[in-house]
Structure formats: C-alpha cells, structure tokens
Design a protein around this ligand. Structure first.
Ligand SMILES: Nc1nc2c(c(=O)[nH]1)N[C@H]1C(S)=C(S)[C@@H](COP(=O)(O)OP(=O)(O)OC[C@H]3O[C@@H](n4cnc5c(=O)[nH]c(N)nc54)[C@H](O)[C@@H]3O)O[C@H]1N2
Ligand SMILES: Nc1nc2c(c(=O)[nH]1)N[C@H]1C(S)=C(S)[C@@H](COP(=O)(O)OP(=O)(O)OC[C@H]3O[C@@H](n4cnc5c(=O)[nH]c(N)nc54)[C@H](O)[C@@H]3O)O[C@H]1N2
Ligand code: SF4
Ligand SMILES: [Mo]
Length: 692
C-alpha cells in the first residue's frame, strides 16, 4: 500500500550554514519535492540550487550505510563491516587506552563547519571525557570576527538585515552564493529594491558587484589596509559620530594619531583601489547611518585576520553603527539553555590553560584548537603528544591548509574514527568509519550558538537508510561507553528538550512555531555600557599588553611578500553549487559545476599562452595542482581564482580519490600563521601558472 503525500515544514541544513525554511513533500518515506517556504523568516520562499538538490544526498548509492573497520594498511581501502555495538566498543576502548597512556588531552575531538546540535554534543563529550582539545576550522572561519568582537566591543557584531539600512557594505562576502550563517541574501535583495545603497569590496565582479553603486576591486589580502584608510578619511574629516565616540569609546585619540599614516594615497598603492574611490566610499559609509557591514571569510583567511577584524569593528563603532537597527548588532538570544551549561563547561575548568593552543600564546577566549597546532601536536608532540581523534562532519584532507601536513598527521595518529555520510579522502585513512544520518533524517535544531539571536526547527522528514545514525545518537552512545553514563540520555532526543526547557516549549511545540527569536533590543550600551574591561568600545585594547596583542589595528605588509618567481596573486571563492569539499558526488550539483575551474583574466591568460579549457598547473612555493582554465573579465589582471575543495569521488579509493590533484590546500602552508588565531594564508598567496 502506498502512502499519501505529507508536507513537512523544516529548515534547510548541511548544504551551508542553513536557514531557508522549506516545505518538504514526502511519500513512502521518500522526499519527492522541496521548495522554499514563503513564510520563511529568513528566506521568504528563496531556495538555491543546493537546497533543491539536498534530498538527492539521501538515497545516493555512495552513502555509507554500515559501520566499517579498517582491515588493510591505513588508506589501503580494505574494510570489514561491523555492528554498531562493536563500533562503539572499539572507538571507546581505543580512545580510553590512549587516555590511560598519555592523558585525556591526547585525544582530540574534531569538527568542520558546525552543522547543527551535533557540534555542541561533541564539545560536551570532549569536556566530559576530560580533553580540552576540540579542533575546529574557526581559525579561518568566524573566530577572528567573533573573538576580536568580544575583545573590542564585548560581542560579535552581526549584520542586521531585518531592519532597513541606508547602506549595505559587502566586505568580502559573496552573499548571493554563500548566504553565510543564515544571512540569506533574500532579505538584502528586498532592501536593495527599497532603495538601500550597496557597496561591494571584492576583487571579483560578483552578482552584487554588478548592482552596487560602488565596487572596490581590492587586491586580495589587503583588507586591513583598506579599512585603515577608511578610518583615516573618516577621522581626518571629522565624519564620525561625535556623541558616540565621546561617550562610548576608549582610546579614540590614540587611534586617530595611529591612522594618520594610512592615507588613501598610500593605501591605494597597497590595495589597488584608487585613492579617490577610497575617500568617496569612506565618506559614504560615515554619512549613511544606519549602515551595515556584511563581512566574509576573506578578512579572516590570512595572517592579518585579527587586525582586519579589529579595524572593521572600529569603523562600525566610530560611525555609530554598532547595535542599532540596520547596523551591526549584538543579537539577543531567545530564552534557551546557555551554551556553557549545554556543553558542561563546568567539568573542565582548566581548559583555557591546557588546550593545545594555549601553549602557542593565542588570543584569550579562543576555545577551539587551530588545525595547524593540532597537527603540530600529533607530529612533534608540541606541547604534548596527541595520539587519537574522533572526527565528525569534516574533511581535513581538503579543508585544512597544507594538505600534505594533514596527511602526515592523519597517518601518524595511533587511532582515529570518522563519522561521515560518504567515504571521503579523510575517512579513507581512518581506523573506524561510522555512517551518519544526515539532514531530513532526524530531529535537530539549527543556529544554536551562532550568535545571531534565533534558533530554527529542523524536524525529521524521512527515516535514515539502513544503519545510519544521527551524530547526536552516535555521541550519546559513545558518551555512555567512554565516560560516565550519568551525563548521557536514554534517548539522544532528550538533548532537544533540555535545550528548549527554559522557554517552556517541548520540541514538538517548537516545531509548530518553526523558530524562536530573542527580543529586539538595541543600543543596550546606553544602560549598561559595553561588556569590555573599560565598559566602552576599545578602539585601543586596554589589556593588549597583558594579552600580548597589538593595541591598535595595523597594516604592515600583505600576507605574502612579492616574489618575482611567483608573480600572480592567488585567491578563491566558494562554489555556489557545493559546500567546501562536500557533495561533488551529487549528480545534480556536479552537472552545474563539473570540473575545478581556475578563473583568469583573458589578458593574463594570454601572457602565459593559456586558452579557455586548457589544463593548467597552479603553483606556489608550497605545491602544485592541476585545474581547468576559465577566462573571464570578472577577475582582475594578475589575480588567479582557483576552485577550492576538489577531490574526485568517482576516482580510485585506494589513492584516496585523487585528493592531491586539484586540491587548493596543496598550495597553502602552515609555515606562517597569524599569532592570535593560528590563521594560515588561504587567500592572497603568490603563485604562477602554466599550461600542462
Ligand atoms: N555555496 C556555498 N556556500 C557556503 C559555503 C560553501 O562552501 N559554498 N561555505 C559556508 C561557510 S562555512 C562560510 S564561512 C561562508 C563564507 O562565505 P563568504 O565569506 O561569502 O565566502 P567566500 O566565497 O570565501 O568569499 C567571499 C568573497 O570574497 C572575495 N574575495 C576573495 N579574496 C578576497 C580578499 O582578499 N578580499 C576581499 N575583500 N574579498 C575577497 C571572493 O571573490 C568572494 O566573492 O559561506 C558558507 N556558505
Ligand atoms: N583554501 C581554503 N580552505 C578553506 C576555506 C577556504 O575558503 N579556502 N574555507 C574554510 C572554511 S570557512 C571552513 S568552514 C572549512 C570547512 O571545513 P569542513 O567542514 O571540514 O569541510 P567539508 O569539506 O564541507 O567537510 C564536511 C564533511 O561533513 C560531511 N557531512 C555532511 N553532513 C554530515 C552529517 O550530517 N554528519 C556527518 N558526520 N558528516 C556529514 C560531508 O560529507 C563532508 O565530508 O574549510 C576551511 N578551509
Ligand atoms: S541558501 Fe543555504 S539554507 Fe538556503 S536553500 Fe541554499 S543551501 Fe539551503
Ligand atoms: Mo566556514
């Protein structure tokens, strides 16, 4: 007998940070259609190609369906199917024996981009196990924005697209392709129709650069120089918000004296943005209150990440755009369980001293280990040995800078387990591979802990295939076996109710509502000041010396010095049809973007005798890869945009699916890192190209 069609309202997830409300039509435990929900709080009906293809992940023949144990040599591609009971027991025995031999901190818990609640359950497991080492990709993704925000103004200033702005600045954010952290482009596009002005700071002519009233085609890797030039123009011209500066900032005079040096003329040489365009754009930002800055990955994907984030927060502050409607706000969370309680931070009071990166003198309040330092611990025992790891929702062999360094580290671990939905190059090296259930297959909550002031219901639509388990369930069972069972639940779904308890809703009541949002409250500083040691926005950091931080935002030089052997500048942008290294195996998406393309300006290509469609080598001092040339005037001369995240799921499993051939992170290095966050240079590298 066949079922009727059911329509389920849920939110998209795991194709990016998620956020679009969806209506999912289900028949016979199969999704037959998804569409954007016009009632969606963030997307108002919008859906992208990834959202449309998202159900195609579920019944794909490549899905992992059973727990696997490595039987051959590491990476040889020989596996034995095992039961869940054996899998949980093996992972737990191996991690416990490492703990006995070297201590709990010798086991790392690794996660890539957070997908949902599983991220926080993983942190909870690490805390209960006693390891301070949760390794994430925050070094290049959000920590520079969040933690620099905490130090400067006491919060992470997020773009408020829910209230009208006079000007929106996209500073290295390709929002129509990436919709990062649920800043779904639909809200911004609606504002643009209502007359909000747009400024885009991006080397490449993005969709929105075409529509912007000003487009600053910056040299990759020089965003801090540009932000400092903005500060110079605004302070010299006394265009800032005097009342705000007078009452709510600390160190203005020092900032003013410091930025005198960064004139538009000087910074124009560095950034390649004409001085008059810098002047005009800075003036426009200062004159357009409320103005919002949607800032993206490029500001935090080079060694100057801290200074760039600091300069941008100073800019928001002195122009009076912090915590006002339509500006960059401190979002208020709904009344749900706080993060510290959920992850049981109380169980690990020594974490700030003991986590690997504390040894490297990173910035206070960075609570996850930068991948470069994790690998140093594995390979060099610095500051102590790390011998085991549990990894979920991550593909480090593609996502971490310096892929060969990652390979060496993975090969040197005594034991590691990976939970994923398919066999990736990373999983192919693991000792145990666990088949995860994915979005649509279990009840989850989205956007918890991201700092945007809301959470989204993601109720299940269909059952997972065969033996696939949600990560939350895997962790709950592993928790019971690996640590004291008192911290874990009979049923992992209790995590959902525990989180919602303070607001009085059960999970099903929450699902009825669809989302929960904190109340809008702005300019909270007028009552209580800013949550910094001075109670003000710290343009100059009052505790810089104590924390060994630079007190004022700096520009000294681009991330890499000019190099005659590598005369071109290399950067990247996310592919709108994929998430990082994920989903090259989803045919519907692969059709849109079948091969790794390197974008080059036609005149630059001609200089090197390269034509459209040629196979080319892209080389840096650190490595060489092969991609296909695509000539376009959208990128500037002398700048090369290579595709990031490529491996070939259709390739040879024993060769880890050609993970080296086109992988952008073969070109990157961990030789030089930003001191505050351990950030490597991913964008703004020096490279050269040649025909194959
Ligand atoms: N389709 C898709 N969406 C995604 C993701 C994905 O992989 N694919 N990933 C998700 C994640 S985890 C994140 S963190 C966000 C990231 O979202 P974004 O921050 O938007 O990410 P990127 O595409 O890396 O960079 C944005 C823009 O920066 C430009 N750019 C490159 N170098 C520079 C530079 O040096 N300076 C400036 N100013 N601009 C530069 C690029 O041309 C691009 O248009 O996206 C999320 N959404
Ligand atoms: N050169 C360069 N490097 C970068 C970046 C860049 O722009 N350039 N961007 C950086 C950024 S912003 C980020 S966030 C990181 C991303 O780093 P990662 O998050 O490690 O990147 P992904 O390649 O998306 O790997 C995610 C894995 O999770 C799996 N997965 C999907 N759903 C589930 C699930 O429900 N459960 C489990 N267990 N697994 C699942 C996918 O199959 C995939 O293998 O990369 C960073 N690295
Ligand atoms: S923009 Fe993101 S959340 Fe929206 S449909 Fe696309 S992948 Fe899903
Ligand atoms: Mo990210």
């Amino acid at each position: 007998m066949t079922d009727k069609i059911h329509h389920i309202k849920t939110h998209c997830a795991r194709m990016d940070h998620g956020g679009c409300a969806l209506v999912v039509s289900v028949k016979d435990n199969k999704i037959i259609e998804v569409r954007g929900d016009t009632d969606g709080f963030l997307n108002k009906g919008y859906i992208c190609s990834k959202g449309l293809a998202s159900p195609n992940r579920l019944n794909h023949p490549s899905r992992l369906r059973h727990p696997l144990k490595r039987v051959g040599k590491r990476g040889e591609g020989k596996w034995e199917q095992i039961s869940w009971e054996t899998a949980i027991q093996t992972v737990s025995e191996r991690l416990n024996s490492i703990r006995e031999q070297y201590g709990a901190k010798s086991v790392a818990f690794c996660q890539g981009m957070p997908k949902g609640l599983e991220h926080f359950v993983l942190i909870r497991l690490a805390n209960i196990f006693g390891s301070p080492n949760v390794v994430t990709v925050q070094d290049v993704c959000h920590a520079p924005r969040e933690v620099s925000g905490m130090h400067t103004c006491g919060f992470y200033p997020v773009a408020d697209f829910h209230h009208p702005s006079r000007l929106a600045v996209l500073w290295g954010s390709n929002i129509t392709a990436t919709n990062e952290e649920g800043e779904i482009c639909r809200l911004l596009l609606d504002q643009l129709k209502q007359g909000t002005e747009l400024m885009v700071i991006d080397p490449r002519k993005t969709d929105l650069a075409e529509k912007a009233s000003s487009w600053l085609q910056i040299r990759p890797g020089t965003d801090n120089a540009l932000a400092l030039a903005f500060l110079n123009v605004i302070i010299e011209g006394k265009l800032y918000d005097e009342e705000f500066v007078e009452n709510h900032t600390y160190g203005f005079e020092e900032l003013a004296a410091h930025v005198k040096n960064y004139t538009p003329e000087k910074m124009s040489d560095v950034t390649r943005v004409p001085a008059n365009l810098i002047r005009e754009s800075a003036r426009r930002y200062a004159a357009s209150r409320p103005a919002v800055i949607q800032w993206g990955n490029p500001i935090e994907q080079n060694i100057n990440a801290f200074d760039t984030a600091r300069a941008l927060i100073c800019l928001m502050a002195i122009c009076g755009n912090l915590d006002i409607p339509g500006g960059n706000i401190q979002a208020n969370e709904p009344k749900i369980l706080g993060l510290g309680k959920f992850v049981r931070a109380d169980l690990i009071p020594l974490k700030p001293k003991e986590m690997i990166h504390a040894h490297h003198g990173t910035i206070p309040r960075l609570m996850t280990v930068p991948p470069a330092f994790f690998r140093k611990a594995v390979l060099e025992d610095i500051p102590y040995p790390v011998r085991g790891a549990y990894m979920q929702c991550t593909n480090p062999l593609l996502a971490y800078a310096d892929s060969r360094h990652t390979y060496d580290a993975l090969m040197n671990l005594d034991f590691f387990a990976v939970s994923d939905i398919i066999m990736t190059p990373t999983a192919a090296l693991a000792d145990i591979v666990l088949p995860a259930a994915t979005h649509f297959e279990f009840n989850d909550i989205g956007h918890y802990g991201l700092g945007h002031g809301y959470i989204l219901a993601r109720p299940k639509a269909v059952d997972p295939p065969e033996e696939c388990w949600p990560d939350m369930k895997i962790l709950n069972e592993l928790g019971k076996s690996l640590t004291s069972p008192e911290y874990w639940y009979e049923n992992y779904e209790d995590f959902l109710d525990t989180l919602l308890k303070p607001c009085g809703f059960t999970y099903s009541q929450f699902v009825e509502k669809g989302y929960l949002k904190g109340q809008d409250r702005f300019q909270k500083y007028t009552d209580s000041g800013f949550r910094t040691s001075t109670g003000k926005v710290e343009l100059r950091l009052s505790r810089a010396e104590k924390f060994r931080l630079s007190p004022l935002p700096q520009f000294t030089e681009p991330p890499e010095p000019d190099d005659p052997d590598y005369p071109l500048i290399l950067t990247s942008a996310k592919d709108r049809h994929y998430l990082h290294s994920s989903y090259r195996w989803v045919e519907k998406l692969r059709k849109h973007s079948p091969v790794p393309l390197t974008e080059i300006h036609p005149e630059t290509a001609e200089q090197y005798g390269i034509s459209e469609g040629d196979e080319i080598h892209i080389e840096t001092r650190f490595g060489s890869i092969i991609q296909i040339a695509h000539l376009t005037e959208k990128v500037p001369q002398g700048v090369v945009y290579s595709a990031y995240g490529w491996w070939f799921p259709e390739g040879d499993a024993e060769a880890q699916y050609e993970w080296e051939k086109s992988n952008f992170n073969i070109l990157t290095s961990v030789g030089r890192l930003g001191g505050e966050f351990g950030t490597p240079n991913l964008k703004g590298l020096m490279c050269r190209i040649r025909r194959r």
